[in-house]
Design a protein around this ligand. Structure first.
Ligand code: PHE
Length: 343
C-alpha cells in the first residue's frame, strides 16, 4: 500500500519533468499518461486492491492527480496547437509569389550589338584583341613612331611593371593584330573597351568603347568608305539622317576624315549636345596609310583599304539621350532598367 501511495505522489513530479523535455508532443504525453494503458489508468486499476477503509483517502488523491495530469495535457495541447496554427496562419498561401526580376542588357551592349549586326550584313567579321597592349600594336605599327607628336593626342595609361605595356588607347590596335594574322582580303569590325587618362566628368571618362572597322582588298576606294558609312548611318539612325565628312588627320590613314551626322536630339536646330552646330561627330576614318600596310608585309601597290573608328558612348547618347558618361559605369539599377526590349 505504501508503495502505491508513493507511486501516486511521484506522478506529479514525473509529469512536470516529462513536459519540460517533450513540450512539443501532446499526443505522446496523452498516450503515456492518459491512454488506456497509461500510467493513470494503471493506478486506477490498483484501486480494487486497496482496503475499504483506505479507499476514500486513495480516491481523493487519485482524482487530484488525474485532474493534474489532464490539466497539463490540455495546456500542452493548446500551446502546441497554437504554435502550429501560428506559423500556418502567418503565411497567406493564396498570395502570388515574389516576382523574379530579370536583368536587362546594358545600353552600351544594346548599341554595340546593333552596330555589329549592321556591319555583319555587309560581310564584316568580328575580331577582338587584348586591352593590355604593347607599344607596337597600339602605336608603332599604326605609324606613330616614338616621339611622334600625335601620341600626345591620346593620354596613355602605361603599366609600371613594363613601360612597353599600356592600356590600349584605341581599337586601332586590333587592326594591327588582324593584319598580323590574316592576309587580304580583310573585312573586320572590332568592338572593345579603350582607356585614356582623362579626368572623369559628364563628358569624359578614363575608359570608353569603340568599334573599329577595317577593309583591305584590291581596288578599295574612298567611295567605298563613304558608301559603307552612309549605309551604316541610315540603318542605325534612319533614312532622313544627314551625313558630312570633314578632312582630318590620323597618322594611320591618308587621307583622313571625320564624319558628322545631323543632330538627332534637336534635328539640326542646335542644342547642347551638338554645341549649337546641328552636327555631331561620330567617327574618324580614312584610307589605310601605305606605311601601315607595309608594316604587315601587305603590298600597298596591290592592296588598298579603309578604316574607321567610332565611339559607342556617343552613339548611345544620340540614340537614348544619355547626358552623362558616368551613368554607364555607375551600375545604378534605375538607369540600367530603362533599356528593355532590345537585344
Ligand atoms: N583610332 C582613332 C581614334 O581613336 C579613330 C580612327 C580609327 C581614325 C580608324 C581613323 C581610322 O580617335
Amino acid at each position: 500500500m505504501e508503495e502505491l501511495l508513493q507511486q501516486i505522489k511521484n506522478i506529479k513530479q514525473e509529469v512536470t519533468a516529462y513536459i519540460a523535455n517533450h513540450a512539443d508532443d501532446a499526443e505522446a504525453f496523452r498516450i503515456k499518461y492518459l491512454g488506456t494503458k497509461g500510467l493513470v489508468k494503471n493506478i486506477m486499476g490498483e484501486m480494487k486492491n486497496v482496503p475499504n477503509e483506505k479507499k476514500k483517502e486513495f480516491g481523493l488523491l487519485l482524482n487530484e492527480v488525474k485532474q493534474f495530469v489532464e490539466d497539463k495535457y490540455n495546456s500542452l495541447k493548446q500551446s502546441t496547437q497554437q504554435t502550429d496554427t501560428n506559423t500556418f496562419n502567418l503565411i497567406d498561401w493564396s498570395l502570388p509569389g515574389n516576382p523574379i526580376t530579370v536583368g536587362t542588357r546594358h545600353p552600351l551592349s544594346i548599341v554595340r550589338n546593333q552596330i555589329v549586326s549592321i556591319f555583319k550584313r555587309l560581310g564584316f567579321a568580328v575580331a577582338e584583341g587584348p586591352e593590355i597592349e604593347d607599344d607596337w600594336h597600339n602605336f608603332g605599327a599604326m605609324n606613330l613612331p616614338e616621339d611622334h607628336p600625335a601620341r600626345d593626342m591620346q593620354d596613355t595609361f602605361y603599366i609600371n611593371k613594363n613601360p612597353d605595356w599600356l592600356l590600349r588607347t584605341h581599337t586601332s590596335s586590333v587592326q594591327a593584330r588582324v593584319m598580323e594574322n590574316q592576309k587580304p582580303p580583310i573585312r573586320v569590325i572590332c568592338p572593345g573597351r579603350v582607356y585614356r587618362n582623362e579626368t572623369i566628368s559628364a563628358r569624359a571618362h578614363c575608359f570608353f568603347h569603340q568599334i573599329e572597322g577595317l577593309y583591305i582588298d584590291e581596288n578599295v576606294s574612298f567611295a567605298d568608305l563613304k558608301q559603307t558609312l552612309y549605309f551604316f548611318v541610315q540603318e542605325m539612325f534612319g533614312k532622313e539622317t544627314k551625313v558630312r565628312f570633314r578632312p582630318s588627320y590620323f597618322p594611320f590613314t591618308e587621307p583622313s576624315a571625320e564624319m558628322d551626322i545631323s543632330c538627332l536630339i534637336c534635328g539640326g536646330d542646335g542644342c547642347n549636345v551638338c554645341k549649337h552646330t546641328g552636327w555631331v561627330e561620330i567617327l574618324g576614318s580614312g584610307m589605310v596609310h601605305p606605311k601601315v600596310l607595309e608594316n604587315f608585309n601587305i603590298d600597298s601597290n596591290k592592296y588598298t583599304g579603309f578604316a574607321f573608328g567610332m565611339g559607342v558612348e556617343r552613339i548611345c547618347q544620340l540614340k537614348y539621350r544619355v547626358n552623362d558618361l558616368r551613368l554607364y559605369s555607375q551600375n545604378d539599377i534605375r538607369f540600367l532598367k530603362q533599356f528593355t526590349g532590345a537585344i
